[in-house]
Design a protein around this ligand. Structure first.
Ligand code: SF4
Ligand code: SF4
Length: 178
């Protein structure tokens, strides 16, 4: 989504956002029902790693909200770490040798918009923020990123987030708001 200002080649070298430390497991992408169904149809992909988001949040409750949440899936990397090193990174199951192996239909919105995040502040405002750890985006002036997002992406991002509220992350204070 930020292809116009973020070079593909730089991402191919980096891949930072496709592997997760224990402390960044909250960042694993959330798959919509459409993503999950597309993945299930693709025989080259393992869909068994995906589990409904409601199990994470509510156990096996049978409430209306749990039914709604089961439209969203995530994978659980908790047991994949080999050491206690907080710097250890575990790759996303859909990271191949040449990058992400998912098609546009299969790829989560979280990944399409990265390093942008749509977040909810403590006060309940929904904001667009920038992940502070992307090395390439940090080379660009923040005001230029903000201008690009305002002119090209803001309405689309907020509208999609509004219709998919469980994709909105809790705000973290080190994320600059755009
Ligand atoms: S962290 Fe930034 S530069 Fe690295 S792969 Fe992700 S978007 Fe690209
Ligand atoms: S789904 Fe693709 S883009 Fe998203 S984290 Fe996994 S490998 Fe990276």
């Amino acid at each position: 989504m930020l292809g116009a200002i973020l070079k593909k080649e730089a991402c191919a070298e980096c891949r930072f956002c496709c592997a997760f430390r224990k402390t960044s497991l909250w960042e694993v992408p959330v798959f919509t029902r459409e993503n999950t169904e597309a993945i299930k149809k693709n025989q080259n992909l393992d869909s068994s790693v995906l589990e409904p988001l409601d199990k994470r949040l509510f156990g096996n409750t049978e409430t209306d909200i749990a039914d709604y949440l089961s439209d969203y899936s995530v994978y659980d990397l908790t047991d994949c770490y080999q050491t206690d090193d907080p710097e250890e990174e575990v790759p996303c199951p859909y990271l191949g040798r040449n990058g992400c192996i998912l098609s546009a239909e299969e790829k989560p919105w979280d990944c399409k918009i990265w390093p942008l995040r749509v977040m909810r502040t403590e006060g309940g405002d929904v904001v667009i923020a920038l992940t502070p750890t992307c090395p390439e985006i940090n080379k660009i002036n923040l005001n230029d990123v903000k201008k690009f997002v305002n002119e090209n992406l803001r309405d689309e991002l907020l509208s999609y987030a509004k219709s998919h509220p469980y994709l909105i992350k809790e705000y973290r204070e080190d994320f600059p708001i755009l």
